[in-house]
Design a protein around this ligand. Structure first.
Ligand code: MN
Length: 248
């Protein structure tokens, strides 16, 4: 019997408090999807390329911090959160190395934003002040509860995974993708126009979602489908088979 695909999961990191941390729902969602989690700390710094020899898929998780706006050529907005440039640079290097090696990549919340910045896109730094008539994207409730719908682009890979054009999601972000990087498309958006999903066009699995599917799995079996699709692609990578993501 062959091993399960290994999914590298980037840990959040607060160097000022001397701690790494990770919500266990990410780990549980990877295991439920059939993958083996391997936690990746910022301390691995310059070794993003070497790590590709160990992992089949890369999961970029949410964060209490924000992406440094200097990475997309902007001055910081007053509401900008905690920055950890070393961690973000590690994540950017991981994304680029993973795509170069054809690994499966899934980005969640801040993780989706780092994918976009890694490939040359930009971010909305503060939704409440920069998006007209914005919905409440920073929910107070537990993230196990969906709070707003998202629309999913028909024919996108995300649409094939989810099987619906509209789903209810949780929302714990004050930033979002602004200019979508070249090579990516927007595959999901909220009713206020805020981008809620991106994916790479062409071959390979690279998907980002702005919500937290790992937080919905306990109450909604279907929320697991994104992790199942991600681990399935990682298994193909592991076996050296071409990706099933084959759009026109
Ligand atoms: Mn949202």
């Amino acid at each position: 019997m062959s091993r399960a695909p290994i999914i590298g999961i980037v840990c959040d990191h607060e160097p000022e408090k001397g701690r790494y941390f990770l919500w266990d729902d990410y780990v549980k969602a990877v295991e439920k999807g059939g993958g083996q989690p391997l936690l990746l700390p910022t301390a691995l710094g310059e070794r993003a390329g070497e790590l590709m020899e160990l992992i089949d898929g890369l999961l970029l998780t949410g964060s209490f911090g924000d992406v440094d706006p200097s990475l997309f050529g902007e001055e910081p907005h007053p509401t900008l959160g905690r920055l950890n440039l070393r961690k973000t640079n590690f994540e950017i290097a991981l994304v680029r190395a993973a795509l170069e090696k054809g690994k499966a990549v899934l980005g969640i919340c801040y993780g989706m934003q780092t994918i976009n910045v890694a490939l040359g896109g930009s971010l909305v730094q503060d939704i409440p002040s920069q998006v007209k008539n914005a919905l409440q994207h920073s929910q107070w409730e537990e993230r196990t509860r969906p709070v707003h719908p998202v629309n999913i682009e028909k024919g996108s890979f995300l649409h094939r995974i989810v099987g619906k054009e509209r789903i209810d999601v949780n929302s714990t972000h004050h930033q979002a993708v602004s200019r979508v990087a070249t090579g990516l498309i927007r595959n999901a958006w909220a009713d206020d126009g805020v981008t809620e999903g991106i994916e790479k066009t062409g071959h390979g699995f690279c998907v980002g979602v702005q919500w937290h599917p790992e937080g919905l799995i306990d109450k909604d079996e279907k929320a697991a489908c994104i992790f199942e699709a991600f681990v399935r692609e990682a298994r193909r990578v592991m076996r050296g088979n071409p990706s099933s993501v084959n759009r026109k």
